[in-house]
Design a protein around this ligand. Structure first.
Ligand code: FNR
Length: 382
């Protein structure tokens, strides 16, 4: 039964990769209420059907910070994406570039910035976490600049990591995790052959580059655990604003007051996001949070949104509620885990088709025409 591309790729990924990796992507924080609501609330937003409006010409094209985009979609930063396929970040970035959209490389990627930047013919977006080790932050920002990165995505919703109990159950973290992962890897021989047991598969490229030594999964979990910075405030971001002359997007905004602070700070954009339900369980879904944030800051900066987007219809819903660009997280990871670059390309093609159908049937000929009018009134009051 085909439900949607990301649902099918999710099922396929579950078979294809070891359980610890599947659950690392699939899981969320605590009891995963927010994770589920992200998907359900978004799917529940009613689109307004319009007919007989000559929809023979329709364009998904848009731009952000002067960068052309074939559709208002970008791939979100996902840590360890390089473990889902061989040199996974390069494969995903190639698929994104091939479809004319940006790819965001996570701070904690397997492939280093230079490797991914040089594999594509459009500027790479880079995501940075706030870490206690400011030397590391400076180091990666310099590497990003040198690699031609213009757009910086600065993630602020992780001053502490959310408790992800699935990771402890699956062997991603906790007691004898290394041994449990190894056992799972050998029972997934095609993954182990392709990604897991050759070379330095779990080496975190950007971190290793800084430390001057290979950084495996165990080192990474310990390093990151000690490095989150609960003391962070807007003031701490000022040096980055001064250091970074390209567009700066603050990721992890869920409240209109914080969105206004981002405008006051001088951010070029925000990502309305609850980190895919991986941080504070119980916070609202982005489908519920977005309309009030758009009311507060639309026009003052670019609004990006993610969490729970599983098909092209969801992208249309997010745009209609006020987003300028929508980020895909798990949706592309499932496809990458199943079929690498070809899988992500296929997924993006399906998103594009689904967006076209949704726009045709809501009577919007361009991204600019998508708005509150494209929804049944009251559809986004939550
Ligand atoms: C993430 N996300 C994330 N965000 C970020 O800023 N830096 C990161 O390194 C990561 N790592 C990461 C790993 C995995 C496995 C997932 C699933 C997510 C969050 C990501 O950018 C995005 O906000 C969510 O994935 C959006 O939710 P959906 O669409 O995946 O439900």
């Amino acid at each position: 039964m085909i439900i949607s591309a990301s649902t099918d790729y999710r099922q396929a990924a579950k078979r294809h990769i070891p359980p610890f990796l599947f659950h690392y992507a699939d899981g969320g924080a605590y009891a995963e209420h927010t994770l589920r609501r992200n998907v359900e609330d978004l799917a529940g937003i009613a689109l307004r059907q319009r007919v007989l409006k000559d929809m023979s010409s329709l364009s998904l094209e848009t731009e952000l910070f002067g960068e052309p985009m074939a559709m208002p979609v970008a791939l979100a930063p996902v840590g360890l994406a390089g473990m889902y396929a061989r040199r996974g970040e390069v494969q995903a970035a190639r698929a994104a570039a091939g479809k004319g959209i940006p790819f965001t490389l996570s701070t904690v990627s397997v492939c280093p910035i230079d490797e991914v930047a040089s594999a594509i013919d459009r500027p790479l977006w880079f995501q940075l976490y706030v870490l206690k080790d400011r030397g590391f932050m400076k180091h990666v920002l310099e590497r990003a600049k040198a690699a031609g990165v213009k757009t910086l995505v600065f993630t602020v919703d992780m001053p502490v990591p959310g408790a992800r109990y699935r990771d402890a159950h699956s062997g991603m973290s906790g007691k004898r995790a290394g041994l449990r992962r190894m056992l799972q890897a050998v029972t997934h021989p095609s993954w182990a052959w392709d990604v897991g047991l050759h070379g330095r598969p779990h080496d975190l490229g950007n971190v290793s580059d800084y430390r001057g030594q290979p950084t495996g999964l165990e080192d990474y979990i310990a390093w990151l655990g000690n490095n989150f910075d609960p003391a962070i405030s807007w003031k701490d971001l000022e040096w980055i604003r001064e250091f970074w002359d390209g567009p700066m997007i603050i990721k992890g905004i869920l409240d209109p007051e914080d969105a206004r602070d981002a405008v006051r700070f001088g951010a070029d954009g925000i990502v309305v996001s609850n980190h895919g339900g991986r941080q504070l369980d119980g916070v609202p879904s982005t489908a519920r949070a977005l309309p009030a944030i758009a009311d507060a800051v639309k026009g003052d900066l670019a609004i990006l949104a993610d969490s729970g987007v599983r098909n092209g219809l969801d992208v249309v819903r997010m745009i209609a509620m006020g987003a300028d660009t929508v980020l895909l997280g798990r949706a592309y990871i499932y496809a990458l885990a199943t079929a690498g670059e070809a899988g992500v390309t296929h997924l993006l093609e399906l998103f594009e088709k689904e967006m076209r159908v949704a726009m045709t049937l809501t009577g919007a000929r361009s991204i600019a025409e998508l708005g509150a009018d494209s929804l049944v009134s009251g559809a986004c009051s939550g």
